[in-house]
Design a protein around this ligand. Sequence first.
Ligand code: FES
Length: 128
Amino acid sequence: MTGRQTTQWQPVCNRKSLQPGLFIEFSMDRAGPGLTESADTLPQRGFVFLDDTTPRAYLNQCPHTGIELNWMPGRFMDTDNLFIQCSTHGALFKPGDGECIAGPCQGDVLTALDVRENGEILEVRLPE
Ligand code: FES
């Protein structure tokens, strides 16, 4: 028995509500059925957005310190609207794969979430 957690798909929004430029934040609960909540299973925050036409989702957690990236709800992009930016020390991340291309965690990556469309609903889960 490995004790490995299974991750479950969780609905985050209607696909049609995800418009270009919009970042929708959500909480993830890592506690699966039968698991009690602990420090490892406290809800994590995430966000989903359109990268061109592709929905992408990441944990809202800067690889530098683990703090949330944004300081205002729904505001994740830099002033040029090209990169996801951490509001604490200004690290820049590529929207397509979450790679940090500038800042104190250069070379690290955001934690990407699996995204799927289930009918009209977008669902996410932690990658296995
Ligand atoms: S906490 Fe994000 S760059 Fe330092």
